[in-house]
Ligand binder design. Structure first.
Ligand code: SF4
Length: 182
């Protein structure tokens, strides 16, 4: 029997990169938890593509709460948070917020391992995301699977599958601060 893995996901393109690496080894439940995404219709759009892909491939899909105010209160602790560049302290808080909720859900629902698709993004530093995941895992006594899904063919697989299936690929990370740059 394959081990059960809770896979936090941010969008369908990143999910495809991660599934390329994990699907044969784990029994995966996808956890869509992204209150960072702005505006709400963008959140729904990214969710609908991820959910549809899961439904068509018999992968369990769970949606977390969408509470942007709670997310903002967590990430706004960093000084000048709105002006920080992508990959900076605001993003570390954003990753931590989402990964803590994923770890909570995993613990409450009998998963011994959790992971995130966030390292699939071309602009995302796997070392930054994995360090946060490992820290949370140590605190919560659960295992975090450290990966870099954009490597080893995952990114290319996702790009081709998105083209083949007509899956939406967004051109900004997600929050209102990354949105303004477009
Ligand atoms: S740029 Fe992306 S990772 Fe950084 S805070 Fe915004 S949504 Fe989160």
């Amino acid at each position: 029997m394959k081990p059960k893995l809770l896979l936090h996901t941010c969008c369908a393109p990143c999910l495809l990169s991660a599934l390329f690496h994990l699907k044969d080894e784990y029994e995966i439940t996808v956890f869509y938890f992204n209150p960072n995404i702005y505006p709400g219709k963008e959140y729904q759009k990214r969710k609908s593509y991820a959910e549809k892909y899961c439904s068509e491939n018999s992968i369990r899909f769970v949606e977390g709460d969408f509470n942007p105010a709670e997310w903002l209160s967590f990430v706004s602790k960093a000084e000048n948070f709105a002006k920080l560049p992508e990959g900076g302290e605001r993003c570390s808080s954003c990753f931590e917020f989402r990964l803590r909720k994923a770890a909570d859900y995993a613990k409450e629902n009998g998963f011994s391992i959790f992971c995130t698709t966030l390292t699939s993004g071309a602009n995302k530093k796997a070392s930054q995301i994995n360090a946060i995941g490992e820290k949370i895992a140590a605190e919560m006594k659960i295992r975090f699977l450290s990966k870099d899904f954009k490597k080893g063919g995952g990114y290319e697989f996702s790009r081709k599958e998105c083209m083949r299936l007509g899956i939406y690929r967004q051109n900004y990370c997600g929050c209102m601060y990354s949105f303004k740059k477009n």
